[in-house]
Design a protein around this ligand. Structure first.
Ligand code: NAP
Ligand code: ZN
Length: 360
């Protein structure tokens, strides 16, 4: 068994400003990578800039990362800042800027890297140091080595093959204060999917269960916030971030499974948020799992049974509209990929896959 999370995590209020010296230990010049807007609004960018200024660390800012970042964006950033002697990269935002930051750190380390480099297992996987400051509560990218990138040439998303773990994760629930309810819902369902898929996974072991069960317990405490039964508090924000982080630790060991595999083509086709599309397949995936495993996970996350879970998820995402042809394309891509078909803890053939696709 292996458990590998080479990331120092600070999970506390005001951790960015508190740990400015730790940030500065990575060098004299940083490249900050963000999405277009949110980092300016939720206070995370101000905190990072303040921390850098405190320590007299220079910085450049790349704030052009789109949702579901593309390989084109990664190279636009790397090419722009290649001659700037960047020592380390700070990703701020949801999974999109964090994933982009990892790939940019890799591309900056290897000046001749091109698209094929990101997908060639034989190449040197080392990257500049990466610091992640999450501002959504879903991907756990701050503790995984994964960078999921959009490949317009293939009309889907494909993770780069190299693992680039962040060196430092600075996790502060306050960045969720101003987030809209839809973002909290979409991203925390993504975290829930990571928790379920890491356990209902061919690679599950006791270490994965350790982090996933801890994450499920945090998640259960915030469940009523998602369907609007209760108002979100400061403590909820911290728990939402923490369950996402534990979920990230879990998938960093085992990977994800079928709901994620099925989501990628559909996310591309429908241009919908990642967590919403993953959530679409989650009830069917659980229903296909052995009853004992399913029931344990449902209990840990605060659900009585599959019926209650289904109505909870369908209630959150009652506006999603998927065409038969889109489902078919998603299914065909996964059915042709043996590793994906064998990723669950239980046997999946085309019939089981179809039951997941058509569950809703
Ligand atoms: P995201 O795509 O990073 O961001 C979604 C939207 O939320 C953007 O419009 C963003 O605005 C906004 N936003 C971010 N933080 C906000 C805040 N605190 N308040 C208000 N708005 C905020 O969302 P995500 O779901 O976190 O990330 C999805 C990506 O992560 C996908 O590409 C997915 O494939 C990937 N992923 C990676 C892993 C991994 O292990 N690495 C795991 C799962 C998923 P701005 O654009 O203005 O910032
Ligand atoms: Zn995900």
């Amino acid at each position: 068994m292996k458990f590998h999370i080479p990331v120092k995590v600070f999970d506390e209020n005001d951790c960015v400003r508190k740990h400015s010296a730790e940030i500065a230990s990575f060098g004299k010049k940083a490249l900050i990578v963000t999405g277009k807007n949110s980092a300016r609004v939720n206070g995370s960018l101000d905190d990072v800039i303040e921390a850098l200024k405190n320590e007299a660390v220079e910085y450049q800012l790349f704030s052009d990362v789109e949702e579901n970042p593309s390989v084109e964006t990664v190279f636009a950033a790397a090419n722009k800042y290649r001659s700037e002697d960047i020592d380390f990269v700070i990703g701020i935002g949801g999974g999109s800027p964090l994933d982009a930051a990892k790939a940019i750190a890799l591309a900056l380390k290897h000046p001749k890297a091109d698209l094929s480099y990101l997908y060639d297992k034989e190449k040197d996987p080392s990257a500049l140091p990466v610091i992640c400051v999450p501002t959504t509560c879903g991907t756990g990218s701050e503790v995984t080595g994964v960078s999921v990138l959009t490949r317009h040439d293939k009309k889907t998303k494909i993770s780069m093959v190299h693992k680039v773990f962040p060196d430092l994760a600075l996790v502060d629930g306050k960045y969720l204060d101003s987030a809209p309810q839809s973002l909290i819902v979409n991203t925390s369902v993504d975290a829930l999917a990571h928790l379920y898929e890491s356990v209902l996974n061919a690679k599950v072991n006791d270490y994965v269960r350790m982090t996933a069960y801890a994450g499920l317990k945090c998640w259960a405490k915030t469940k009523d916030v998602l369907n609007g039964k209760r108002k979100r508090s400061t403590e909820d924000n911290a728990l939402l971030m923490r369950s996402s982080l534990f979920a990230g630790m879990s998938i960093a060991q085992s990977g994800t499974s079928l709901p994620h595999a099925l989501s990628y083509a559909l996310t591309y086709d429908l241009k919908l948020p990642h967590g919403k599309v993953v959530g679409y397949f989650l009830p069917g995936f659980l229903a296909a799992a052995p009853a004992e495993q399913r029931d344990e996970l449902l209990k840990l996350s605060g659900f009585e049974d599959q019926k209650e879970f289904d109505s909870f998820i369908f209630g959150l995402f009652d506006d999603i509209n998927v065409q038969e042809t889109e489902l078919q394309r998603a299914g065909e891509l996964v059915s042709a990929n043996r590793a994906k078909m064998e990723s669950a803890s239980f046997y999946v053939d085309d019939k089981v896959l179809e039951s997941i696709l058509k569950y809703r």
